[in-house]
Ligand binder design. Structure first.
Ligand SMILES: [Zn+2]
Length: 378
């Protein structure tokens, strides 16, 4: 184990960075502010050629560090600074305790270990006095666990700079397997508008719940239709009615009914088209007026797994590339880099848990890969 990596990881875990919507009394100051300060100071002490604050949300900036190398080709790492909440944790979330070959704490596996590896390796490299072979950019981003606004800002910034990174890693715990794809999503609220009346005379009202029943059946049929389509690289799209609310009392014809839906989007689908198709479908199905409000939209992430670099990452660890059942910042990174994978040490099974931890051996494995990726020599 590289001591510098472990020291950085402990410092990062000891710096609370709970995403604001998850923050309770145990989270200290919500948000990534303290982390951003630690990261910016780290970039400074590691002699970054550029340190950039990219404003994303009020008091929540992405922090970018750039180190120019012999080659202008850019290797880009996106690592999110925020974590999920800590209220239900059974360990001290911010102690950074090392025990039984593991580091415990909120964010240890998701995803501060990847940032610690990057900082630790740069620290060792700078001590060597050599120039980096490639230009390295570390993007410490905000808001991954909530709205994904940090990722959108990073994508915007890279395009404005007119950069096209040669290779990009989105840091998440993948057990050191390159992840080449995951589904995107379209989440919407659908409201059917009826008219209230006394249930003794229901013909005087317009029943929004009964109308919504028609909408739900149409959405379920749409899910079934999606399963009949030929599978793509990411399989099939899905559509789930996941929330429902409506009615005001047992003796009132309901004037409104609202549902929430979660549509998983595959490669080749365009989220705006999918969203528009759902609107058309519910309008056709509902006998009463209906409105659709967008909640979250994110494109599917799909990197051609036959790309040589995807293969190279897999080969390095004697494994194979895989797709992920969960979403990541890579929603925002379609066509941003020549090749992009989600990758990192540790398992998603330990992410968001009550006793989050990462195995130190996993950190070693990923650090070996980063050294190889950046062309550093131990
Ligand atoms: Zn994560």
């Amino acid at each position: 184990m590289n001591d510098a990596i472990l020291t950085w990881l402990q410092r990062l875990v000891q710096t609370p960075s709970v995403t604001p919507n998850h923050a309770g009394p145990k989270a200290f100051t919500p948000g990534e502010g303290a982390m951003a300060t630690v990261v910016a100071r780290a970039f400074q002490s590691l002699e970054a050629d550029e340190i950039i604050y990219d404003p994303v949300l009020p008091k929540r900036d992405n922090v970018y560090g750039i180190w120019y190398g012999e080659s202008p080709e850019v290797l880009l790492l996106d690592v999110h600074m925020d974590t999920v909440g800590v209220e239900q944790m059974t360990i001290d979330p911010f102690a950074g305790e090392i025990r039984d070959g593991r580091m415990y704490g909120r964010g240890a596996v998701d995803t501060k270990a990847s940032l610690a590896i990057a900082l630790g390796l740069l620290e060792s490299h700078i001590a060597s006095g050599k120039k980096l072979p490639y230009t390295i950019m570390i993007a410490a981003s905000v808001d991954e666990e909530e709205g994904g606004f940090g990722a959108a800002a990073l994508a915007r910034w890279i395009k404005q700079r007119q950069w096209r990174p040669l290779q990009m890693i989105v840091a998440e715990p993948t057990e050191c397997r390159p992840v080449y794809g995951h589904k995107g999503l379209v989440r919407q609220f659908i409201t059917v508008h009826g008219e209230a009346a006394h249930t003794a005379q229901p013909h005087l009202g317009k029943n929004a719940i009964s109308a919504m029943a028609q909408v739900i059946l149409a959405l379920d049929a749409e899910h079934q239709r999606l399963q009949q389509l030929p599978a793509t690289g990411l399989g099939h799209g899905t559509l789930t009615v996941s929330l429902i609310e409506g009615g005001r009392g047992l003796n009132i014809v309901p004037d409104a009914c609202q549902i929430g839906i979660d549509r998983r989007v595959i490669d080749g689908e365009v989220v705006d088209d999918v969203a528009a198709a759902i609107i058309a479908l519910v309008e056709a199905a509902s006998p009463l007026p209906v409105t659709v409000t967008p909640a979250t939209y994110g494109d599917a992430f799909y990197q051609d797994p036959t790309h040589p670099w995807v293969q190279a990452v897999a080969d390095f660890h004697h494994t194979s590339a895989t797709s992920a059942p969960y979403g990541t910042n890579a929603y925002a990174y379609g066509d941003l880099a020549d090749c992009c994978v989600v990758y990192g040490p540790g398992s998603i099974a330990q992410a968001h848990t009550a006793d989050e931890w990462i195995a130190l051996s996993e950190i070693d494995r990923a650090a070996d890969f980063y050294r190889h990726w950046w062309g550093l020599h131990a």
